[in-house]
Write a protein of this length. Structure first.
Length: 158
């Protein structure tokens, strides 16, 4: 029969185990962050070649290269359980959330002008849908980063 202290420790371990899961308690946070990083790396690598002919290709290529590099760092960091390698990807995720929020606010303000077109409505609708998704992805990567950071701290304490 466990003592009160052992029972609290076991309950704490169960709570900790539950916190590392996401996506209907079937995929761990680290696996979800790895999947997010792989999809981001593939999409940004493809986008590099799609934006070559565009007028704003330099900015688009630089942005997609930054996404590619940080996604590869996140893949490596998740594989090696290194939170420092995941941190740049987390920063890029936060910057994406900020950019989407600012663009959404700008689109909303511009919607009051009489020259508001159908394309702007579509863009605003896209950002309204995409912002919660990006927030959830960022939250998942942050949880993975915090879990890896806590795990590496526990290993160092041993």
């Amino acid at each position: 029969m466990p003592t009160d202290g052992e029972e609290q420790r076991l309950q704490g371990d169960n709570v900790r185990k539950k916190k590392i899961f996401c996506c209907c308690c079937t995929v761990s946070v680290e696996s979800a962050a790895l999947i997010i990083a792989i999809i981001t790396a593939v999409v940004s690598f493809i986008n590099i070649f799609l934006f070559i002919d565009a007028d704003y290709s330099v900015l688009a290529i630089i942005t997609n290269l930054a996404w590619c590099f940080t996604a590869f760092f996140a893949i490596y960091g998740t594989w090696k359980h290194c939170p420092q390698a995941v941190f740049p990807f987390l920063v890029m995720q936060c910057l994406a959330v900020t950019f989407i929020a600012i663009t959404l606010i700008g689109s909303f303000v511009r919607s009051f002008y009489k020259t508001f077109s159908y394309n702007r409505e579509l863009i605003m609708f896209f950002y309204v849908i995409f912002l919660p998704l990006e927030l959830w992805l960022t939250y998942t990567v942050r949880r993975s980063y915090n879990h890896m950071k806590a795990s590496s701290t526990e290993i160092l304490e041993l």
